[in-house]
Design a protein around this ligand. Structure first.
Ligand code: GTP
Ligand code: MG
Length: 207
């Protein structure tokens, strides 16, 4: 698992004004609806039911904060770092005002959180980088927020195709200034790429 034996959920944030006090370094997981953000967090920390997952896109509707067990996230008991599971973008089936609210929250958070150390932008191996992913990458470049691409669900494509997908993805982000120049291929289902991602996170936050 990641750093400690157990992680806990401390807060769901439906709007910017409910964010916990800034302090701990934050690592966020962003991506289109259903790409596998919540599943990846669960796989990383080795706790299946921690972040809620679902077959239906639009499961995660708030910024969900996870921290090492023993911390509350309140002033005086701040954790050394936090993992942030984000609502997905690009899901058109929900009521428009909901989608607009989540999208605003995601964009405001990505742009305006000083303690956000790294964003892992998840891309479904079967679909690659789509237009709305590109918009998010551009926003992160503009805000100078460091991010790294993580390919998800590699168990759904041929294993032999993974290296090519990685190099194609690298080529697409080559000129993006805030992109970390390595792509990690993962499968939460099969446990692939998780140690590589754990090391990347450890290096990022120094925890
Ligand atoms: P939202 O919260 O709705 O934005 O979705 P999410 O990105 O958090 O996705 P979630 O983790 O809920 O997973 C969506 C679906 O993909 C679920 O049915 C998962 O079981 C499935 N899934 C996630 N990761 C993998 C994987 O590595 N392999 C396979 N085959 N399925 C996966
Ligand atoms: Mg989710």
């Amino acid at each position: 698992p990641l750093f400690v034996k157990s992680w806990v959920f401390i807060r769901g944030v439906p709007a910017m004004k409910f964010l916990p006090p800034e302090g701990p370094l934050e690592v966020a997981f962003a991506g289109r609806s259903n790409v596998g953000k919540s599943s990846l967090i669960n796989a990383l920390v080795g706790h299946k039911g921690l972040a809620r997952t679902s077959n239906t896109p639009g499961r995660t509707q708030e910024l969900n904060y996870f921290v090492p067990d023993g911390y509350t996230g309140e002033e005086g008991n701040l954790p050394p770092m936090a993992l942030v599971d984000m609502p997905g973008y690009g899901y058109a089936q929900a009521p428009k005002e909901h989608v607009d609210a989540w999208t605003k929250l995601v964009f405001d958070y990505l742009r305006g959180r000083a303690t956000l150390k790294r964003v892992y932008v998840l891309i479904d191996s079967r679909h690659g980088i789509k237009k709305n992913d590109d918009e998010v990458l551009s926003l992160l470049d503009k805000a100078a927020v460091s991010y790294q691409i993580v390919l998800t669900k590699t168990d759904k494509i041929k294993e032999a195709g993974v290296p090519r997908l990685i190099s194609e993805t690298l080529e697409k982000i080559r000129k993006r200034p805030a992109a970390f120049p390595e792509v990690i291929a993962t499968s939460s289902e099969k446990g692939k790429g998780l140690d590589e991602l754990r090391h990347a996170i450890a290096e990022t936050v120094g925890y």
